[in-house]
Design a protein around this ligand. Structure first.
Ligand SMILES: *Cc1c(COP(=O)(O)O)cnc(C)c1O
Length: 355
């Protein structure tokens, strides 16, 4: 008998990597996944489902979702040939590891978004992580040294950064990106609507650069699954080869087309997130034991003396957040998404009870 935990034939890299570290917790106030607090607008859902009903479900969708790709390209002011669509940008991170990481290097900072390191480990790429500066800014000199000292591959720069919410000076980002000649450079902009940052021009200026964007956060469409890369035609053409055929389904394409025809709600909601984020951070500024890190995303870090106790206290008040206290530099930290005003009030009240 083979051990069910050690099935024969599985690559050692896959065996040694733990499963994606997420346990769903049922709580009335869900602030643990950086989702939008608001669902896709109800009137647009009606339009989208009507369009789903009108389309044939027995037929394969567009090979590479070309109609949707053209809509995304028009929305972003990009050449459609430089756009790659997948069911969530997490899929693009796997494909980028295949494109430029396997047999080469995946370079990122620490702490960082867990999917970059997870995919590097699963696909056996050489993983190099450089610690962030103590204020969470990019370690520009150390990253430039790592770019020189390692065999090229893929470099991830996240703006705003996850899981800190930090936004770097544009000059620092530019310096790192320009030093990465010979590398594939990925600017992950999953949260850019909340920071007002936009690296499309820097991406346009180099054939080796991509911006990753998603419908999962500001657009309120995490359940539909769509993310995209914007890059040069040359790089997008190579990346597209790795995308499985027919990977965006007919139903998701219909929903996303409707979203792109009616994008007005996104900026309004992002503005509310920014107002609420600043309100919560200000309200917690005089907390006797917790400190809140400034953030430019739709989430923020609370540093506590005891993350377990703080997590349990919030959960007892019906609020689920994400523990990040096992990550380097984030001792005692909880990551909290910005919710609706009422949810944020509940978070503030629960925080004030804790001492
Ligand atoms: C949420 C997030 C994404 C988006 O993931 P999807 O697969 O598109 O839902 C990408 N990058 C970062 C850093 C994120 O936090």
């Amino acid at each position: 008998m083979t051990n069910p935990a050690e099935p024969a034939g599985v690559r050692p890299a896959v065996r040694s990597v733990p499963a994606y570290p997420f346990t769903p917790i049922d709580a009335p106030i869900k602030l643990d996944q950086n989702e939008s607090a608001y669902d896709f607008p109800a009137d647009l859902k009606v339009v989208a489902t009507g369009r789903m009903l009108a389309r044939p479900w027995n037929r394969y969708p567009d090979l590479h979702a070309d109609t949707l790709k053209e809509r995304v390209a028009a929305f972003e002011g990009w050449d459609p040939a430089g756009v790659v669509l997948t069911p969530g940008s997490n899929v693009l991170i796997k494909l980028l590891t295949e494109l430029a990481g396997i047999g080469q290097t995946v370079l990122t900072v620490s702490p960082t978004f867990s999917v970059y390191t997870l995919e590097a480990r699963l696909l056996d790429a050489r993983l190099v992580q450089v610690p962030l500066n103590p204020d969470f800014s990019l370690p520009v000199g150390a990253l430039k040294a790592a770019l020189r000292e390692n065999r090229p591959g893929v470099l991830y720069v996240t703006q705003p950064h996850a899981p800190t919410g930090f936004v770097d000076a544009e000059a620092a980002v530019r310096e790192v990106v320009e030093a990465a000649e010979g590398w594939v450079v990925v600017l992950d902009e999953a949260y850019h609507q909340f920071s007002g940052t936009d690296y499309r021009n820097l991406v346009r200026a180099g054939e080796n650069r991509l911006s990753l964007r998603t419908f999962s956060k500001a657009w309120g469409l995490a359940g539909v699954r769509l993310g995209y890369a914007l890059g040069s035609i040359a790089l997008a053409t190579q990346l597209q080869k790795l995308v499985p055929a027919f990977n965006v389904g007919t139903l998701a394409q219909a929903a996303l087309e409707v979203a792109l025809e009616n994008p007005g709600y996104v900026a309004e909601r992002a503005a509310e997130v920014v107002r609420e984020r600043e309100r919560v951070i200000a309200a917690l500024a005089d907390h006797p034991v917790w400190t809140v890190h400034p953030s430019r995303a739709n989430f923020y870090l609370i540093r506590t003396p005891d993350a377990e106790a703080a997590y349990r206290h919030l959960l007892s008040r019906g609020i689920v957040v994400r523990r990040q206290d096992r990550l380097p530099m984030l001792e005692g930290c909880l990551r909290v998404a910005v919710g609706t005003p009422a949810e944020n009030d509940a978070l503030i009240a629960a925080a004030r009870e804790f001492r």
